[in-house]
Design a protein around this ligand. Structure first.
Ligand code: GLU
Length: 269
């Protein structure tokens, strides 16, 4: 009687251990998952010329961040074209990464202390800053002219918070209106529902060219260091991504890519 009790307990314990082991095994490492799948799934911008842009003429993604992702795919899979590009926005990128739909985010993603608690970041590969896009006939020349006015910002972006702080420093009061996507902010600006459209200058350039009646004000109101994000705990992938970014910077290739895409905000080595 006693013996069979212990036997049942032992079998039960072994069974539970097997289930636990199988659970671990099915998760595997992030790199193994990518290798087994045969492609890297990367969250990128589709509307930021020079960074992540789906060229309507070719249907292909192009830009600095696309080239960095291709270098990562080459390192992991030996093939720079073994990539599926998934368009993301400031609002969707962290969720898609953390629920496992994408392996990494290379999408004008600014490193902040807050975000470091949610995702892991690679070394910084580019530095940008917040600017304002306004209508030419608005008479607005800088943030200082925005007292009592409304600025359109994207959900999930750090723009609103940073501008609020800047406005406070300038002793003015501004309102921010949040939108799901950047095209909606451009539409709101043109319709006069907001007085300015704010985000990083690199992103605004792609919207300025869509309407010759808008002007991109030159002043920058923040420092936006861009890095590639991976899911917390995916340490083998994080290490490879960091290695690729570091190698591109040290070899001078990052500077070449920045020039190739007509960008100017490179980082110091
Ligand atoms: N770079 C800024 C951020 O990460 C702007 C938003 C965006 O990338 O769309 O919050």
């Amino acid at each position: 009687m006693k013996r069979s009790f212990w036997r049942v307990l032992l079998i039960g314990f072994l069974g539970l251990s097997l289930v636990a082991l199988a659970g671990c095994g099915s998760q595997g490492s992030a790199l193994d998952t990518i290798k087994k799948r045969g492609k890297l799934i990367a969250g990128v911008k589709a509307d930021v010329i020079g960074f992540g842009y789906k060229n309507p003429d070719t249907g292909q993604f192009e830009g600095l961040e696309i080239d960095i992702v291709k270098a990562i795919a080459k390192k992991i899979l030996g093939d720079e074209n073994a990539v599926e590009f998934v368009p993301v926005t400031a609002k969707t990128r962290t969720g898609l990464l953390n629920n496992g739909e994408i392996d990494l985010v290379a999408a004008t993603f600014t490193v902040t202390e807050e975000r470091k608690k949610e995702v892991d970041f690679s070394p910084v590969y580019y530095e940008d800053g917040i600017q304002l896009l306004v209508m030419k006939d608005s008479g607005i020349l800088s943030l200082a002219d925005m007292n009592g006015k409304t600025i359109g910002v994207a959900k999930g972006a750090d723009t609103g918070e940073r501008l609020m702080q800047k406005a406070k420093d300038l002793g003015i009061t501004i309102q921010t209106a949040e939108f799901e996507t950047y095209p909606e902010i451009l539409a709101a600006l043109r319709a006069g529902r907001v007085d300015a459209f704010a985000t990083d200058g690199s992103i605004l350039k792609s919207y300025q060219v869509q309407d010759p009646n808008t002007v991109l004000l030159p002043e920058k109101y923040s420092s936006e260091p861009y890095a590639i994000a991976t899911k917390k705990g995916n340490d083998d992938l994080r290490q490879v991504v960091a290695q690729v970014v570091e190698e591109l910077i040290q070899s001078g290739e990052m500077d070449q890519l920045i020039q190739k895409h007509g960008l100017s905000g490179g980082i110091d080595k």
